[in-house]
Design a protein around this ligand. Structure first.
Ligand code: SF4
Ligand code: SF4
Length: 360
């Protein structure tokens, strides 16, 4: 179980065009209270006695301030069990990182994920400050400060209608910058009225072509240090390996999001289920995870994939990310990226056969 904590709720210093949060007020100084934080950490440590995993998220989690993060460490030291491993990750836009933050992350072994959509012109297309200025320079500076302090961050790039046609430029930019731990998630923002993806979202086959091109470039580079989450997941699924990111698991219930008031919701990425509230952290995780509403959510995730069960790629794909499902009024919701992802599964499978990693 990985606990995703939205410590400042949806507050953020940026206003990216594809962020579904910016429909609401993102500037309201919300912060998880000390009491809620302590309960969250105690519950996380009690529930996963071998390895407790926390992702510190927002909005922009660095808005919580360094003192808040020092409290995280204090409570984790208080509730850590004998021999228990605690993993901390933070997902940030990187613009607020300074020497103090970098030193803190390094000395407390935080995994740092930065949102960066490619080189400056592509990143700045949609990732902007509220006054419409691009955020690339500040994010890039944050990455350099991390590097100087011995941290090489992972990168989450959001693939959208602007950068999807530049796979080679994207790949070369990241690899030339020695950023080799990469995730290429598709943007998904839906029109309020039609419920369908807006023009910012990449077309399904464009996204499929993008991932396939990235796969070919990765293969050609032949550098074992390059790790691309989508490609690693698909390759592992095809050859019977263990690694799968959540998008290929159909287990969204295992990624609960804890709001700054302690309310627990289904995965934050799962926009269409954002109203499903499982309860509050004060009720205890054991109580929440055995509740009927939680079990019903798990069944709902499975029901959403009913039309996938006949698909030849189901064992690899498991229906993809719940957030990507949408429908025209009367239809059952379907995974918007299905068509493109089928091309990805076919292409990677053909390549593994060509190299005799999979039987013909
Ligand atoms: S490729 Fe499409 S139909 Fe097949 S499992 Fe994935 S989402 Fe479902
Ligand atoms: S909704 Fe998407 S991002 Fe969230 S757990 Fe499910 S697959 Fe992962």
């Amino acid at each position: 179980m990985i606990l995703i904590a939205k410590i400042v709720s949806i507050d953020c210093n940026l206003k990216c065009d594809y962020c579904f949060y910016h429909r609401w007020n993102q500037n309201s100084n919300r912060l998880m209270s000390c009491g809620t934080l302590e309960t969250l950490i105690k519950e996380g440590c009690d529930y996963s006695p071998i390895c407790a995993q926390f992702i510190w998220h927002g909005g922009e989690p660095l808005l919580a301030g360094l003192k808040f993060f020092e409290k995280i460490i204090e409570f984790q030291n208080k509730y850590r069990k004998n021999g228990q491993n605690i993993v901390n990750k933070i997902q940030t836009n990187g613009t607020l990182i300074n020497e103090e933050w970098a030193k803190f992350f390094h000395s407390n072994q935080f995994g740092v994920g930065i949102s960066l959509d490619g080189p400056k012109n592509l990143h700045n297309t949609f990732r902007k400050y509220p006054d419409s200025d691009g955020s690339f320079d500040a994010t890039w500076q944050g990455i350099q400060i991390l590097r100087q302090n011995g941290i090489i961050p992972g990168i989450i790039a959001v693939i959208n209608s602007a950068n999807v046609i530049f796979p080679q430029e994207m790949f070369e930019f990241f690899i030339d910058s020695e950023l080799k731990n990469l995730v290429f998630n598709p943007a998904m923002i839906k029109d309020d009225i039609s419920g369908l993806p807006t023009g910012i979202v990449a077309k399904p086959t464009d996204y499929g072509n993008f991932i396939n091109r990235i796969f070919d470039l990765w293969l050609k580079k032949d550098d074992p240090k390059i790790e691309i989450r989508q490609i690693k997941s698909v390759v592992h699924a095809l050859i019977g390996g263990k690694y799968r990111s959540c998008r290929f698991k159909s287990e969204c219930q295992k990624y609960p999001t804890i709001e700054c008031n302690g309310d627990i919701f289904s995965c934050d990425g799962d926009e269409q289920n954002k109203n499903i509230r499982f309860g509050n952290i004060r009720q205890g995780l054991n109580h929440i995870f055995s509740s009927e509403i939680y079990k019903e959510y798990r069944r709902k995730i499975q029901r959403l994939r009913i039309s996938c069960l006949d698909c030849q790629w189901y064992k690899i794909c498991r229906g993809g990310c719940t957030r990507d499902y949408c429908s025209r009024s009367q239809e059952l919701p379907k995974n918007y990226f299905c068509e493109g992802m089928k091309e990805v599964y076919q292409h990677i499978s053909d390549s593994l056969k060509y190299y005799k990693i999979l039987p013909l």
